[in-house]
Write a protein that binds this ligand. Structure first.
Ligand SMILES: N[C@@H](CCC(=O)N[C@@H](CS)C(=O)NCC(=O)O)C(=O)O
Length: 232
């Protein structure tokens, strides 16, 4: 009998508040591949639980005796291991192009962090609070409070920086065309992360990016909509 896959998935103080931009890509990739997965709520400081993956970050997928980490590696693993399920990339050219989208999405995580960093702190589990503050303040070289303090002033520049994404989604429902592929899930991750932990409205309601985000919230029976989140 095949075992259900397990996914270590970043959770906040509430076990259902799943807020990793990288884990969200993987959740949607698994759904796209029609794979059933048991998600395990994981906190930043629970490094021992994922030690078998040989690194310290989530997502970590456990498929039988295989431990796979890193969202891009996981997407490629799923594509290669389950070739009969719907493709995440739409062929070799799509796979190569999707690497670029995945990297763009990583950049978006870094950009959005400076808007929502303090909101994340409000939601991380008690045992993670000191670790989160110390590690992120060291990385940002400032306090979380200072980092977000001018976010209203910086918002127009963030929105303007998304113009290529906006223009694309103005003319087609998904980055991959009529139906989403992994490129959509990768870029969706940072927006889903933000709405899961912050009431701050990164996007205007009539922004084609927000409308695309909402379409992705509806995919797979509303999988990404079902979690605790803000309506930002
Ligand atoms: N390149 C990795 C990045 C994963 C990552 O940064 N995960 C964060 C959660 S969003 C994490 O596990 N952080 C643990 C820590 O900071 O100690 C991927 O794409 O999966």
């Amino acid at each position: 009998m095949t075992q259900t896959m397990r996914l270590y998935d970043l959770a906040g103080a509430e076990p259902d508040r799943r807020f990793s931009p990288y884990c969200w890509r993987t959740r949607l990739a698994l759904a796209h591949k029609n794979q059933t997965v048991e998600t395990i709520p994981w906190r930043f400081t629970e490094k021992k639980a994922i030690a078998a993956s040989g690194q310290t970050l989530v997502p970590v997928l456990v498929d039988g005796d295989q431990w796979v980490s890193d969202s891009w590696t996981i997407a490629n693993y799923l594509e290669d291991k389950y070739p009969d399920s719907p493709s995440l990339f739409g062929g070799p050219g799509g796979r190569a192009l999707t690497r670029y989208y995945s990297n763009i999405a990583d950049g978006l995580v870094r950009a959005i962090f400076s808007f929502v960093a303090l909101d994340i702190l409000q939601h991380v589990a008690e045992q993670d609070r000191d670790y989160f503050r110390e590690s992120r303040e060291k990385r940002a070289n400032t306090t979380l409070e200072t980092l977000v303090s001018d976010r209203d002033d910086r918002l127009p520049a963030l929105r303007a920086s998304l113009s290529a994404l906006r223009l694309t989604l103005k003319s087609q429902p998904f980055l991959a065309g009529d139906r989403p592929l992994y490129a959509d899930y990768a870029v969706f991750g940072p927006f889903q992360w933000a709405r899961c932990i912050s009431p701050f409205a990164l996007l205007e309601n009539d922004d084609p990016i927000k409308q695309w985000r909402n379409r992705l919230l509806d995919c797979f029976g509303g999988l990404a909509r079902a979690m605790p989140a803000y309506d930002a």
